[in-house]
Design a protein around this ligand. Sequence first.
Ligand SMILES: Nc1ncnc2c1ncn2[C@@H]1O[C@H](COP(=O)(O)OP(=O)(O)OP(=O)(O)O)[C@@H](O)[C@H]1O
Length: 263
Amino acid sequence: MSELKEREVEIQIRDLGVTFKDNAGNDVKALTGVNLDICKGEFISLLGPSGCGKTTLLRTIADLQEPTEGTVRISGMTPKEIRLQQKFGFVFQQPVLFDWRTVKKNVELPLEIMYQSKEDRSKRADEMLEMVGLKGFANHFPNQLSGGMQQRVNIARAFGIRPELLLMDEPFSALDEFTKEKLHEDLLRIWRQTNKTVVFVTHNIQEAVFLSDRICVLSPHPGRLSAVVDVDLPRPRTLEMKESEHFNELVYEVRGKFEGGSV
Ligand SMILES: Nc1ncnc2c1ncn2[C@@H]1O[C@H](COP(=O)(O)OP(=O)(O)OP(=O)(O)O)[C@@H](O)[C@H]1O
């Protein structure tokens, strides 16, 4: 982790608070007093039980949610400036694919919106499909793919725009354990190759430990950052590490950080 501390800070979150109104008009503090620095190239997870504000924090970084208090700065800019420069890549829980477009055309879609030439976007889509192991499926339609393959298409599309920041909201939670493990390995490989910053929302402690450099533990009512845990497992991570004593110590340590709720 000493290496991480020397890295450039990319996302700076200061005294962040987000308050919603519930149906009765009462304030719901989805987040309060969040302070966090995320380094360039870091893989960071936001972990916590339902309702602790993970998605709200991710959405605020992405300029999909306005803060009520405090600030978010990304490389010195506002989230809105970063969004307008199309530097965010998103992967959500459900693959958002268009059934009437082929796999390749789905990966090309954001590049079309960015007015890239036909040749450039075709080349980029081919590269991305190869990277996620779907080279042979370019002309298939999404409904001809399994859930895991669809999520790979989503990842290919998100990386296709060369984002500075990849924001992932429980991307693997709907998948079976075997598919999830394979995608974990693939995501870490792609992350290593591309060196992007990843902010990854999950409620799964093992997943957070396996993937992350650091884990931000959030607690509910009100949503707050209750601890940040360094994950000092060596990289590249291997599935065998999940059997190690140190992996299980880290899971135990993270579990011990929860306040006011369990995962
Ligand atoms: N648009 C909204 N209007 C009102 N309340 C909201 C809104 N969005 C979120 N909340 C509330 O804010 C709190 C945090 O929600 P958030 O979705 O960020 O939590 P989460 O940790 O991502 O939960 P989950 O794991 O269930 O997705 C919850 O109490 C939720 O009900």
